[in-house]
Design a protein around this ligand. Structure first.
Ligand code: GDP
Length: 372
């Protein structure tokens, strides 16, 4: 069943995110609802099942694969008596752990406060309970207001700080002159940093965790005497918190202002088509979807498929499609140049480099028509 597969993939990804954040997952729970329960996200029975399991096994945190509303968060925390994290919170946490520069840290801090602001009240429920919940409402509310004001002030401050840095970074980008700018985009963990290293012979951090790349790296790359600037960007992910899309302005400006996008896809991943869609959605959100693009299908060394029973052809599943068969699907009709590589073994690198060269050259001569 296709949607069953999707569910497993989503949970796999969430588990990978949790692992990246430093957690170990004890058990997964899923539930099929036409729409989430407005009060508790999952239904009452499921909630009790999770609560009992958590109690019995001393579980400290329950993670939900979606952004919970402030009231859902509050209700769940009260009912379950464990720490509740939602997908947004988890992603923000990972970004916070990995932010290297003060710029990235400022961006994450802003996103975290924006997430926190409408959810402030839930901390008070705890306090109220600790203090017996009697008569705490009045002073509690006042203190929430005070906290809100402090956070709002902090948000304003961070926004101002970012504005200054954004301006500096804009100037920096302008000072790079008219060199053609190429940005690597793609879902998280598809191999962008690895490809960046391979192309620029630099040593960008690559590891098998989500969001290894937080801060953008810009490198000068030369292919066939043609120099251009290559940028590595933050990995995109399904349901990227909107707070982050907003606060990562400068990072995404690298993409917005690029002349050419190299869209890297991990073809060994079961949900690579979903990943492509998520990336395209974000590109659309930042108005960068009409740029010239090269599709690079990476990790062909890791691509495997099992030929299933002829009767058992699950529609939409890619497990039983060979690479050659894939190349004849919608991929054959893509309006973008397409190449299949391994950033690890460098298979088909000449072909990819030629493709990049052709695109960069085309942009280059449109910019410098007389001297090339
Ligand atoms: P990014 O998040 O898109 O920058 O991805 P990374 O460059 O950090 O790579 C994520 C993981 O995929 C790392 O463990 C890489 O070693 C691995 N990886 C990258 N390219 C390839 C490839 O062509 N084949 C295989 N098998 N693994 C790769």
């Amino acid at each position: 069943n296709q949607s069953e597969d999707k569910l497993i993939e989503y949970m796999d990804e969430l588990e990978f995110l949790a692992f990246t954040a430093g957690a170990t997952v004890a058990k997964r729970f899923t539930q099929r609802l036409t729409q989430p329960d407005s009060k508790t996200f999952v239904g009452k029975g499921k909630m009790e099942e999770i609560r009992d399991y958590a109690k019995e096994h001393n579980i400290g945190t329950v993670i939900f694969d979606d952004e919970l509303s402030p009231s859902q968060l509050k209700n769940l925390e009260r009912e379950m008596e464990v720490k509740i994290l939602d997908r947004t919170n988890l992603i923000l946490d990972i970004f916070a752990q990995r932010a290297q520069t003060s710029y990235a840290r400022t961006q994450v801090e802003l996103a975290q406060y924006q997430y926190l602001l409408p959810r402030l009240t839930r901390m008070w429920t705890h306090l109220e309970r600790q203090k017996g919940g009697i008569g705490m409402r009045g002073p509690g509310e006042t203190e929430i207001e005070t906290d809100r004001r402090i956070i709002r002030d902090r948000i304003t401050l961070l926004k101002d700080k970012l504005k200054v840095i954004d301006k500096q970074m804009g100037t920096q980008r302008n000072n790079r002159g008219k060199m053609v700018r190429v940005a690597l985009v793609g879902y998280t963990n598809v191999g962008k940093s690895t490809l960046m290293n391979a192309l620029s012979k630099s040593d960008v951090f690559a590891e098998n965790k989500l969001f290894a790349t937080l801060d953008t790296t810009v490198r000068k790359v030369v292919i066939g005497n043609l120099p251009f600037l290559l940028t590595d960007t933050v990995g995109f992910i399904r349901k990227l918190p909107t707070q982050l899309v907003e606060s990562f302005k400068s990072t995404l400006d690298e993409v917005r202002e690029a002349d050419l996008l190299i869209h890297v896809v991990d073809i060994s991943h079961e949900s690579f088509e979903d990943h492509i869609n998520s990336v395209n959605e974000i590109l659309q959100e930042i108005d960068a979807h009409q740029k010239p693009m090269i599709m690079v299908f990476n990790k062909i060394d890791d691509f495997s498929y099992e030929k299933k029973d002829e009767d058992d052809l699950t529609p939409g599943s890619n497990k039983n499609i060979s690479l050659e068969e894939w190349k004849r699907t919608w991929m054959a009709k893509s309006k973008f140049p397409t190449v299949f590589i391994s950033a690890l073994t460098k298979e088909n690198f000449p072909e990819m480099k030629k493709m990049i060269y052709d695109e960069v050259h085309r942009i280059h001569i449109s910019r410098f028509p007389y001297n090339d």
